[in-house]
Write a protein that binds this ligand. Structure first.
Ligand code: GDP
Ligand code: IMO
Ligand code: MG
Length: 420
């Protein structure tokens, strides 16, 4: 019983990587379970910043093992670039990174189609990261995609069939250039050679590790409200970002799960399109963006900012079975005199006390107003030293969400973390 899951409780970028890095000090194996290079996970150690897209955020400790579970979609180019940047940073990864042989592969045309669809004037713009994620998962569901294991067994036939289907789609549906079999085959074979020693059968690897008493942390990407089933569909990503996805995306059985930590910002941000009830569109939103430095770690896009939304986090608690919350970026709120918190919604003249599957764009937040603390808390080392109004903010969020807050984060550095 030593598996911890870390999930985002909002629309991603909650500071998951910072907390995963912090927790990884005492963890043997860190595994991603879904998503791909759409993730942008920032870790700051001694003021040096690292941004990970596919590599698990626990890589900075010299002895951790990092795994990409079967639910992850791997872009060979992005993955190799990330390995090269580890080498540049003098981070030794040999024998420490493993990939499931059942991961699907993101191919160049997935990215082309993703970007093309986003740029079409007709159809629905999602505001994706253009990393080909949705298109790759669609091919997985259509049962035509190429997996890591295919690189080593019967690739010729699988790739030829796949390209025949995709070339029709590219030509007739999107009017995009067709794929050359020879070029792609060579690229994939070169990739296969480079990663050969990393490819493993993950369910048996995890089972053995757990029987040996190893601790495992499952690293979620994106957040609960971006989950394909439980998020703000269609403005979501194309995977299960939640606890269910951690099980299917690794092959680890449910009874090993000990803790599920939900990471939540002390306010809310969102990148891309879609409803966001507590969004601040004016000057206040710009202030939050400025103080929180809210720009995407993958695309650099400015993040939309708004106040804490209790129903959103309660939704995450319910779906993920959260055993604790980690409240991040509390330091950013030090600038405000009063801090509004949405404790429910008004929808078509009725008060509703859940995060709805439809009509969120018409939900009006019902706010409670808490007093700010207006002092720098970023170097505080214990809970008792926090200003009274800051403690009150934490206690009220705990009371309203009804989920125990286990850690708080007061800055991007590893050291700016308090255990409650
Ligand atoms: P993730 O995708 O959930 O891992 O989050 P991102 O890395 O995309 O975005 C979180 C941003 O906030 C990063 O720039 C972090 O360095 C930063 N960050 C994390 N925790 C804190 C915190 O407690 N305070 C402040 N000021 N920044 C934080
Ligand atoms: P991390 O792991 C924030 C958003 C995109 C878009 C939607 C679909 O860093 O929290 P996709 O490219 O996945 O098809 O885009 O999801 N999105 C994220 N937003 N953080 C992320 O990851 C995200 N990954 C995808 O902006 O709205
Ligand atoms: Mg991010």
């Amino acid at each position: 019983m030593s598996v911890t899951i870390v999930v985002g409780t909002q629309w991603g970028d909650e500071g998951k990587a910072k907390i995963i890095d912090y927790l990884s000090e005492n963890i043997d194996i860190i595994a991603r379970y879904q998503g791909g290079a759409n993730a942008g996970h920032t870790v700051v150690v001694k003021n040096k910043q690292y941004i990970f897209h596919l590599i698990p955020s626990g890589i900075l400790y010299p002895n951790t093992i990092c795994i990409l579970g079967n639910g992850v979609v791997i872009d060979p180019k992005a993955f190799l670039e990330e390995l090269d940047s580890l080498t540049k940073e003098n981070i030794h990864y040999e024998g420490r990174i493993f990939i499931s042989d059942a991961c699907h592969i993101v191919l160049p045309f997935h990215k082309l189609i993703d970007a093309h669809k986003e740029n079409l004037s007709e159809g629905q713009k999602i505001g994706t990261t253009k990393r080909g994620i949705g298109i790759c998962y669609a091919d997985k569901m259509l049962r035509i995609g190429i997996r890591i294991g295919d690189l080593y067994y019967n690739l010729e036939e699988r790739l030829q069939n796949y390209i025949n289907i995709k070339n029709k789609e590219l030509k007739y549906l999107y009017n995009l250039p067709e794929i050359s079999y020879e070029e792609l085959y060579k690229e994939l074979k070169d990739f296969a050679e480079r990663i050969k020693s990393m490819v493993i059968h993950t369910p048996t690897y995890f089972e053995k590790a757990l029987k040996e008493g190893k601790s495992i942390l499952l690293e979620g990407a994106q957040g609960t409200a971006l989950d394909i089933d439980h998020g703000t569909y269609p403005f979501v990503t194309s995977s299960n970002t939640t606890t269910g996805g951690a099980l299917t995306g690794t092959g680890i059985a449910y009874h090993y799960i000990e803790n599920v930590y939900g990471i939540c910002k002390a306010y809310v941000t969102r990148v891309g399109e879609g409803p966001f009830p507590t969004e601040l569109k004016g000057e206040m939103g710009e202030e939050l963006r400025k103080y929180g430095n809210e720009y995407g770690a993958t695309t650099g896009r400015p993040r939309r900012c708004g106040w804490f939304d209790v129903e959103l986090v309660k939704h995450a608690g319910r779906i993920n079975g959260l055993t604790g919350l980690v409240l991040t970026k509390l330091d950013v709120l030090s600038h405000f005199d009063t801090i509004p918190v949405a404790i429910g919604y008004e929808f078509e003249n009725n008060k509703i006390d859940y995060f709805p599957s439809y009509g969120l764009e018409s939900c009006k937040p019902i706010y409670e107003y808490l007093p700010g603390w207006k002092s720098d808390i970023s170097n505080i080392k214990s809970y008792s030293e926090l200003p009274a109004n800051c403690k009150k903010y934490i206690e009220k969020l705990q009371e309203w969400t009804n989920i125990p807050i286990k850690y708080i984060s007061l800055g991007p550095n590893r050291s700016q973390t308090l255990v409650l």
